[in-house]
Design a protein. Structure first.
Length: 326
């Protein structure tokens, strides 16, 4: 193994890719040093996040920050030798991520207080570090030429981390408070997006606690799919089971577990599972969604054991019961 220390920087200078040497106090070193700090801050944040798809995005970002840092740490000769540079496609990728995340966020006209969850807190720390790196790069621009794509990428990255921080706090975080009442939940007797989102969040949170990847399905009172989430690693066979449990609970106005007790051999509903095009499920994991005494849909969970499916299902329904609406 080669030695970590080289002693070449003992006099306060460092080498750029391309061969030239500059003072470690120069704005260029400050700029790529701030990018390095940003990369480290993002690496810390990933270890406290809960959404795997966003974690995967940030691992890609970390690779791109090495590219950004490499360009900033290059002189003109070095830049001409670089095979990879951050460009328009990288910026557009971050913009698409931001657009996708914000679909799940409510509009805000006030400042967000960072730190409601561990993941959110570390993401906001990373965001402020990226903002610092942006300022250092702008300072460098006052002295030397820097690619406009680098500045745009860093700017979009801070926006990305802001959106991710809000998603961790407001969508996945325990601190989220969903304010609604029976009147807001019901629109012409139909399940609203707001309550479906609240139920889904509670179910996914419980599934994470159990450590079991599951499929969560929510249907309206007509059996039409309102929302579905297949967690990473959940069995493909759980997709239909989850939806059919929700369908059964909504159409028969009873939990699938209770329906199973009524459909055994010699019971009045024996053989019911072959009706309705085979969509009826008679084992646990499906519960009607009831608001203000009215059945507005069904919730179905599949992917774990019977007890695990029931636990996640109940966690979703408790979102309503805690507010006295079920």
């Amino acid at each position: 193994m080669s030695k970590i220390y080289t002693k070449t920087g003992d006099k306060g200078e460092t080498g750029l890719y391309g061969g030239s040497r500059i003072k470690k106090s120069s704005r260029r070193v400050h700029a790529y040093g701030a990018v390095d700090q940003s990369n480290a801050a993002i690496g810390a944040a990933v270890n406290f996040m809960r959404e795997k798809s966003l974690m995967d995005v940030l691992r890609v970002v970390q690779d791109k920050l090495f590219v950004v840092g490499g360009e900033l740490a290059s002189d003109q000769k070095g830049i001409e030798k670089l095979k990879i540079r951050v460009g328009k496609k990288d910026i557009e990728f971050l913009e698409k991520v931001i657009d996708e995340i914000t679909k799940s966020l409510n509009d805000k006209n006030y400042f967000v207080i960072p730190g409601k969850t561990k993941g959110g807190a570390f993401l906001h720390v990373a965001r402020t570090q990226v903002r610092f790196a942006e300022r250092e790069i702008i300072s460098l621009l006052e002295e030397e030429e820097v690619s406009e794509d680098i500045l745009r990428y860093i700017n979009r990255l801070s926006d990305t981390l802001y959106a991710m921080g809000r998603y961790e706090d407001e969508v996945l975080g325990e601190e989220r408070k969903v304010n609604y009442n029976a009147g807001e939940m019901l629109k012409e007797g139909k399940l609203t997006e707001q309550v479906a989102h609240a139920i889904m969040k509670a179910c996914i949170t419980k599934a994470y606690e159990i450590g079991k990847p599951m499929v969560v399905s929510i249907v309206d009172d007509g059996g039409n799919l309102k929302s579905m989430m297949r967690m990473d690693g959940a069995l493909k066979g759980s997709i239909d089971l989850s939806r059919n449990k929700a369908y059964t609970a909504a159409f028969f106005h009873t939990a699938t577990e209770e329906l199973g007790k009524l459909s055994g051999p010699g019971k009045d509903l024996y053989g019911i599972e072959i009706s309705n095009r085979g969509q009826v499920v008679t084992f646990p994991g499906g519960i009607p969604i009831v608001i203000d005494g009215q059945i507005v849909g069904g919730l179905g969970i599949s992917g774990g054991s019977i007890e695990e499916d029931k636990a996640v299902c109940l966690a979703g329904i408790e979102v309503l019961e805690d507010r006295g609406e079920a």
